[in-house]
Every structure is written in structure tokens, then in C-alpha cells.
Design a protein around this ligand. Sequence first.
Ligand code: IPD
Ligand code: CA
Ligand code: CA
Length: 284
Amino acid sequence: MTSTNVPPLPDGVTVASLRELAVSLATEAGDVIRAHRPERVTVAGTKSSDVDPVTAMDRAVEELLVSRLTTARPEDAILGEEGDDVPGTSGLTWVVDPVDGTVNYLYGVASYSVSVAVVAGPPDPARWTVLAGCVHDVVAGRTWSAGLGEGATLDGAPLRPVEPAPLPRSLVGTGFGYAASRRAAQARVLTQVLPRVRDIRRLGSAAIDLCLLAQGALDLYYERGLNPWDMAAGSLVATEAGARVVGLRGAAPGVTMTVAGRGEGLDDLLSILEEADADAPDGA
Ligand code: IPD
Ligand code: CA
Ligand code: CA
């Protein structure tokens, strides 16, 4: 649980009520994805590169989330991965990823999620305060949620404190971008990390990765290139479970680098990433 002060909220709004809405939206979206997964999922288009797919489900679920939110919270803004941005007047923004782990969804690999968070301030990880968030693991049917200062839960049960692991015994989650130049840079950084840790996992949903880190199923996590919707809900689950979520060289977490973990293992990973210039421009 963090001790961060909650910024002033609109009249009648509490962190608990925002969290409840995030959970209800993410789980409803998860039900839709489970119920309507076609036998063979096809690519409806590509985004940043030929290997960055979008499916009809990504679009349909974002539409569902936007329609529910504009009814429940008409004064709040919405930032969605598939571009359904809605302006608002309340100072709150819902940051949503309808399917985090689209490549897994496409192939039927069992790690994809719905991520719903609400932030105060600009929807930028360097400047926002994440108030509440929910990550729903669609295939496993498990749900993590958190409220600022109110702790994090998995299926309603509080996440227990996790003992930090030293770097050589750490299981480290990571992910790779969709551009070839970004991937070449990430592969170079990986050669510095992999020999020094227990092992690496590339599971394919950053939101789930951050929640696994929160519950101790990963010791450390790092990734370059995360967008606000990939990390908003998962980062709050992690920090409310007692982990740190940071960037390199004292920066806030964000698109340049997001690193999560605890204790000296986290500090040692940060040193390796900084020495490897994991935040250097790579042309991506
Ligand atoms: C991706 C997943 C993946 C991460 C990528 C993200 P998407 O999101 O979170 O784990 O490595 O950086 O873009 O495209 O499946 O919503
Ligand atoms: Ca995503
Ligand atoms: Ca997505």
C-alpha cells in the first residue's frame, strides 16, 4: 500500500468507487472476449509495423469500454489504445487497453488481458497519479485490482508482501517492441541481463507481467516502449503491493523504460540497464 496523497476528486467520487467501476468494466470485457473468441482469429489490420496486429476484438472491446464509460462517467476523458479518445472536463482520464497481449490472443496463447485504469492529471506516466486500476486475465479468469492508498488484490484477496530476491536468483519478465530497430537494441541489452539472472520470461502482456511482479510470480520486470495503456493499471497494482516501478537514471517509468521490482535486485538491474544504455535512442 502506498502512502501517496490522493488528489482532490470530483464531488461524490472516491478511489473505491473508481476501482469498483474499473473492475466491473474489465471483467465484463473479459466475459465478452471469452464468449466471442472465433475458432480462428484473424488480423483486421496492422499498426506500428507489419507484426503489430489489431483484431476485430481489440476494436469491439474498446468500443464497449468507451460506451460504458461515457454513460457512467460522462465528464471524464478516455485514452484508449485503439484511438477512441474522448475529451473530458473532470480532470480524470480512463486509460484502457482492450486486449493487452493481442499477439497471444491471435495465436491462442493463454496470456492476454483487459487493462482499465483511471488517472488524475495528464495521461502521461511522468505526470499522472493513477487512482485505481484493474487487470483481468482473460483466459485464467483472474482479476487484479488496486486503489491508490488502498492496497492491491487478486480475486478480492489482498496481495501479501513479497520477499525481495537477489539479482542472480531473480526471474525477470520483459517484452519487446514491434519495430526491428527497437528489437535489435533490446536483444543487445538482453545479452547483458540474461547471464546475471535466474532466467527471463517474455509472456506477452505487460499488464499481466506487472501484476505477476506484484504477487511475486516474477521478481523483476523491465521493458522499453510501454505506452500509457500497457502500464497504467499494472503499475498501480505493483506499487500498491509494495513494489517500486521506476525509470532509468531517476526518471519516472514510461515509454523510455519501465523497471519494476524490490530491494537490491531492482537496484542491480537498474545499474545493468543504465550501463547498457538501455534508454539510448535506437531509431524506433
Ligand atoms: C503489448 C504487450 C506486450 C509488450 C508490448 C505491448 P499489445 O501490448 O503488452 O507484452 O511487450 O510492448 O505493446 O500490443 O498486445 O496491446
Ligand atoms: Ca498493450
Ligand atoms: Ca492492446
